[in-house]
Design a protein around this ligand. Sequence first.
Ligand SMILES: Cc1cc2nc3c(=O)[nH]c(=O)nc-3n(C[C@H](O)[C@H](O)[C@H](O)COP(=O)(O)OP(=O)(O)OC[C@H]3O[C@@H](n4cnc5c(N)ncnc54)[C@H](O)[C@@H]3O)c2cc1C
Length: 516
Amino acid sequence: MFDAIVVGSGMSGGISAKELCEQGLKVLVIERGRKLVHGESYTDNLQPWEVPNAGMVPEEDLARHYKIQGESFITAATQQYWVKDDENPYITPEGKPFDWIRGYHLGGRSIMWGRQSYRLSPQDFEANAKDGHGSDWPIRYDDLAPWYSHIEKFIGVAGDRDGLPQLPDGEYLPAFALNDGELMFKAAIEKAFPGRKVIAGRTANLSKAQPHHEELGRMSCQARSLCDRGCGYGAYHSSLSSSLPAADRTGNLTIVTDAIVHSLVHDPKTGKVTGVRTIDQNTKAHRTYESKIVFLNASTIGTAQILLNSKSEAMPRGLANSSDMVGRNLMDHLFALSVAGLLPNGPKDSFYHGRRPTGIYIPRFRNVTEPADFLRGFGYQGGVSRMGWRTAIGQPGIGAELKARTRKLGPWFTYISGFGEMLPNPNNRVTLSTTQVDKWGIPVVQVDCAHGPNEQAMTKQILEDGKAMIQAAGASSSRPPPSPARRALASTRWAPPAWARTRRPRCSTSSTRRTT
Ligand SMILES: Cc1cc2nc3c(=O)[nH]c(=O)nc-3n(C[C@H](O)[C@H](O)[C@H](O)COP(=O)(O)OP(=O)(O)OC[C@H]3O[C@@H](n4cnc5c(N)ncnc54)[C@H](O)[C@@H]3O)c2cc1C
């Protein structure tokens, strides 16, 4: 019997386990995926020539196993972090695609995340009450602010204090400085659009590790830009580098991997949950674990799946679902709405060292300093970088002339990629199939989700505003997204990261990144 069970070891499960263990509770973390060992299981020590197929995932593997995940960041060096879609199916209605981007392993998506770390603002907490879309938050920004600080200090977030009401400042390590191209971009945008700001991206990478980070074996960021492979230095926050080790040092943590939570055990007499039922992902053996409290951290959709599957005579619609609201109002940000261009007026003799783990951020301005014909708002992540020797790839040339060309610094390139808020809509929902089960006998998830008129209007504005800003910075042209054949190539430094590439708007799960 444990004091607490935490289901899922990803971003939120790791933090829940840490907090509960530090309060003296005996905690069991149950993870459906396999065990990953911090450092040992990563691929960040591989040299480029040691990564198979120059980082490309074979087309047949993509087609067979990664139809959905293959549209995201997947490379030969990161393939192990993405679920095989054929082994973990879900259903979407005809004409309503939904990209559920997942990682089933110890650490969950905290291993693969982009580390951009922003606070919601007072305006965000009031939006539901003011515009009537969604339920009013039971708390306001001021209630949460101390907890943001608590977590930021623990995980380590690099950023500036920019003093913007729509993007509250936090407890930051020194920011990764903007390069000269970004400073030029910032000056141009802030001059052309006085209501807009260009700031350093706030990222959960240790620009300067503090003693409490070092106690956990974490070190300062080496600016290698290999974060997507996992970082043996522990320089970015993940469950494996940070929260689970902190939980473990209390002596209160137990972890079980390869255990898929099927449902929760509910005692109708007391009205309390008493434990969880699991299925071993390899042997299919069933086992029940008991505890006084259960925290569900199995991701947005995974958590809904467990609750909906926890049916009983007393609760035929699933646990905590008498309202029929479990699984409804599925939301994610609009993303991969990118514009890009070459900046011929970029500072000519300026270069920079290293590969910072972040770039620039343009905080929300629509419905803040500028009006909009839609509700809520969006921000942009982006960067300005100098194209290097790779510009010679695929270009005609031979011999000395080609070699000479590869030694010259390339032009400055910029991209910005919008991230917009979706409105809650009860018709965007997760349910369970009544006919199909997965290979462990658990009902398959059905996702029925689409963008509405507000999302469509916002998408249009993101692209229009993005284009206007790129042009105001002096961009000569807007680049089409790289062809699909390029998408599995790792570390194409001149190209925008995969998540920045433009694709047709469609729904996706919380912070998924998908190309094309
Ligand atoms: C490529 C990428 C980039 C991202 N970039 C950013 C970013 O820059 N900034 C940002 O804020 N967010 C970002 N995100 C989003 C962020 O990673 C997620 O919001 C966050 O990880 C969600 O945390 P979670 O604990 O809910 O889920 P997860 O981290 O997904 O963890 C859920 C865990 O539960 C386990 N699980 C699921 N079902 C069960 C079950 N039935 N039984 C047992 N275990 C189960 C899973 O295996 C997994 O380990 C990004 C995500 C991706 C994929």
